[in-house]
Every structure is written in structure tokens, then in C-alpha cells.
Design a protein around this ligand. Structure first.
Ligand code: AMP
Length: 404
């Protein structure tokens, strides 16, 4: 029997998201999520997608740790005949947030690879430890199975030094591995390729600005299928205004808040990562709620929206200049795929750059990749739904699939 299934795991500090795919046709067999691991009321949501069914099953019970979480997931999958002990499972693909400079491609996980992911914990203190826990747990469950790490940073390793380096003392930067790594790479890779497909061209032949606007948000400039710049940096804090992150600020804001505001480094860290961005500006980070508040005349929400759009527009302009020629601007992720007013406002006034949005096309709601620019526009504007799990599964399967 040929093993054609791939389990994709995205392990956070207190959550595990998973999808089981059949790589013969890239179909989903099951999807789910374990939340609040380690708390009293952990929750497992599991949706089997076989046999025409898509009924979500939900369990609330204490799930102590990642091992217990994965065992619970395994039991849910087994109930539908999709157990992790199945010989049809070819590999487990793990989302790993930080791969540093070393990992420019998906990698089969060995002890050395795990040690390197561990070595990167200082530059990804929130994410890499959870990813490592997920990997170790999965390895213990199926030690015989190839486990593959797919890195959020990998797509950005093609950035030239001119884009990747901060203009700070080189020796200090190198000693502490301070440089711009970029994140959301799996999404930027997938969406830039899908955008080329939408244009009917090969990825090598198109230049794309990808705007991944979710709760986290990042932009990237992709020339001929390769990333040449991206807005996130050493950590996911840099760049666009996000749900709870500030994006770009003068670094001296940190010194000021410490020296004059009396805040600790950890407090400033939490402020910029968790209490800034849209939530810091208006108290809400959900674009749907913000739009509703704007419709009701709420000024704080309107200003938050304007700041969000202003930053987005600056990055579109910057990446236009970086690329020189732009074939398409692609909107993706929760906000990018769903918030027509964001797309309209981000492109408004950029007609001189060949950018425009057609009101009617922009208002269409769909899960499909689609064009939203008028025919006359020199640059195509598109909505291209991202699918990080599919990308992880495909990269994993390409590396280890087709085992007898
Ligand atoms: P993501 O991180 O990609 O899952 O995106 C989550 C964010 O997408 C939410 O916080 C909302 O701001 C936004 N979002 C999701 N659905 C909609 C919608 N229908 N309209 C506007 N924004 C949305």
C-alpha cells in the first residue's frame, strides 16, 4: 500500500491545530484544533471530512499537555478510521516558525535539526519551544514516521543582504544573529504562486506584492517567484499595523518608555506585541467589529482604520519601488480575503501606479482566487485565499512521499 496521507501540525504554546490530507488529490480528511492545553477547560474541536460528512465534534475536558492533546487527536481520528497508526500515513509536517538562516527549505527532522531549532529559541521565544514540543510529541507517537519541518522563514531566505540587514554595527548584529528573517513565508510562497497561476503565467515571469492581512500581518515583494523583501523582521513585530502588534515604531520608543515611562523591557515587549496595533488604537482587533463601529460613527475606530491603511499603502509603495515592475498585488488571510473596504482603501489614489479596484468585483464574496481590478488597470489586484496547511502538506509530501 502506498502511504499518501500527511498530517499537518501547527503547535502553539497552548494549542494544536491539525489537518489530515490525502495527497493523491490534496483533499482534507479531517481538520481540528485543541485549545487551552494545560488549563482546566481544554477544548478539542474535530471535523471529519470523509464520506460527505462535515459534522464538528467538540469535547471539553482537561488536556494536560501536548502529549495528551495529540493522543486525544489520534483517538478522534481513529474513530473515523483515520488513526495515526495507519500505514497510509506517509509523514507528519510541522509548521516551525523560526528556521534562521540555515533552513531555506523543508527539512526532515533529525536530532541535529531539532538541536538547531532549539538554538533559535532566543530569536523566537514564543514560538519555537511550542513547535519543538509538538515535534517531540509526534515523534514519540510515531517514531518510525518521517517528520518534516516547514519553516515560516524559509521563503524569505532569498532576500538580498541589502533588505535583510539592519543598519547597525555588523559585529554586534552577527554575534546575536540580529537581522530581518521575515515570517508567514509559507503563505507568501503559496499566494505568490497561486497569483501567477491566476494570471496564467509561470511564477518566474511575474512580480507580485503579497499582502497577508490576518491578525498578524505582513507584506512581501516577490520577484519571479523569489522573495526580495518582506515587512516582518527579526521577529513578527516589524512592519504593518496588526491586530495586537504595533508594526514599525521608532526603536527609541522602547528607550523612552523604559527611561521616562518606568516600564520594564518585558512590559514594553507585551505592550508592543499584545496591546498595540488595532486593539491598542481602538480596543478591538477584529476588522468586522471595527467596520461596524465606523459605520456607527465611532472616531477611535475610524482613526485606527486610517492608521492601518496608511501603513499598508506605504508598504505597497515601497515594494513597488523595490520591484520596479509590479504585475499583481494579492490580498490574503482573514482581513485580506474578507474585508472589501480594506482592499478598496489600500489601493485608493494609486491609479498613477496602475492600481485600481473595481467596486463590483471587490464586493463579491467567494472562497476562490479572483481578480478585483478593472480590465484597464495595468496592475492586477487579486484576492487569493491562502492555504498554509496545504502548502505544508505539499512540501512535506514532496520531500518524503511515495514510500512503498
Ligand atoms: P487570520 O489571522 O488570517 O485568521 O485573520 C483573522 C482576522 O481576520 C480577524 O481578526 C478579523 O479581523 C479578520 N476577519 C475575518 N473575517 C472577516 C470578515 N468577514 N470581514 C472582515 N474581517 C474579517
Amino acid at each position: 500500500m502506498t502511504a499518501t496521507r500527511v498530517l499537518v501540525l501547527n503547535s502553539g504554546s497552548s494549542s494544536v491545530k491539525y489537518q489530515l490530507l490525502d495527497m493523491r488529490d490534496s483533499s482534507r480528511l479531517a481538520v481540528g484544533l485543541v485549545e487551552r492545553i494545560g488549563e482546566e477547560t481544554s477544548r478539542l474541536k474535530h471535523t471529519p471530512l470523509i464520506g460527505g460528512g462535515a459534522e464538528e465534534r467538540e469535547r471539553e475536558e482537561p488536556i494536560a499537555d501536548h502529549e495528551a492533546a495529540l493522543k486525544a487527536v489520534s483517538a478522534e481520528l481513529a474513530a473515523d478510521g483515520l488513526g495515526l497508526d495507519s500505514p497510509e500515513l506517509a509523514a507528519i509536517g510541522h509548521r516551525v516558525v523560526h528556521g534562521g538562516l540555515k533552513f531555506s527549505a523543508p527539512t526532515v527532522i533529525t536530532d541535529e535539526v531539532l538541536a538547531e531549532i532549539q538554538r533559535l529559541v532566543p530569536v523566537a521565544p514564543l514560538h519555537n519551544p511550542a513547535n519543538i514540543t509538538g515535534i517531540r510529541t509526534a515523534q514519540a507517537l510515531r517514531p518510525d514516521l518521517p517528520q518534516v519541518a516547514v519553516f515560516d522563514t524559509a521563503f524569505h531566505t532569498t532576500m538580498p543582504e541589502s533588505a535583510a540587514r539592519y543598519a547597525i554595527d555588523v559585529a554586534t548584529a552577527d554575534e546575536h544573529r540580529v537581522r530581518r528573517y521575515g515570517f508567514h513565508g509559507t503563505s507568501h510562497a503559496y499566494v505568490s504562486r497561486e497569483t501567477a497561476k491566476l494570471l496564467g503565467k509561470a511564477p518566474e515571469d511575474v512580480n507580485v506584492i503579497v499582502l497577508h492581512l490576518g491578525n498578524g500581518a505582513s507584506a512581501s515583494a516577490v520577484r519571479g517567484g523569489k522573495c526580495v523583501d518582506t515587512s516582518m523582521g527579526l521577529t513578527p513585530l516589524e512592519g504593518l499595523v496588526m491586530g495586537t502588534r504595533s508594526g514599525d515604531v521608532d526603536p527609541a520608543v522602547v528607550f523612552h518608555l523604559a527611561r521616562v515611562g518606568g516600564m520594564s523591557i518585558d512590559e514594553v515587549d507585551a505592550l508592543l506585541n499584545k496591546k498595540s496595533g488595532l486593539i491598542g488604537l481602538c480596543g478591538d482587533n477584529d476588522m468586522r467589529v471595527i467596520r461596524r463601529r465606523i459605520d456607527e460613527g465611532d472616531e477611535a475606530a475610524a482613526l485606527a482604520f486610517d492608521i492601518y491603511i496608511h501603513r499598508l499603502k506605504k508598504y505597497i509603495g515601497a515594494y513597488y519601488a523595490v520591484l520596479g515592475r509590479v504585475d499583481a498585488v494579492a490580498f490574503t488571510a482573514g482581513v485580506g480575503e474578507n474585508a472589501a473596504p480594506v482592499r478598496e482603501a489600500a489601493v485608493a489614489g494609486l491609479e498613477e501606479l496602475g492600481l485600481a479596484v473595481d467596486g463590483e468585483l471587490n464586493a463579491v464574496r467567494s472562497d476562490e482566487a479572483r481578480l478585483i481590478s478593472p480590465e484597464y488597470a495595468r496592475v492586477t489586484v487579486a484576492v487569493v485565499p491562502t492555504d498554509e496547511e496545504l502548502e505544508i502538506a505539499q512540501q512535506t509530501y514532496a520531500l518524503v512521499g511515495n514510500r512503498p
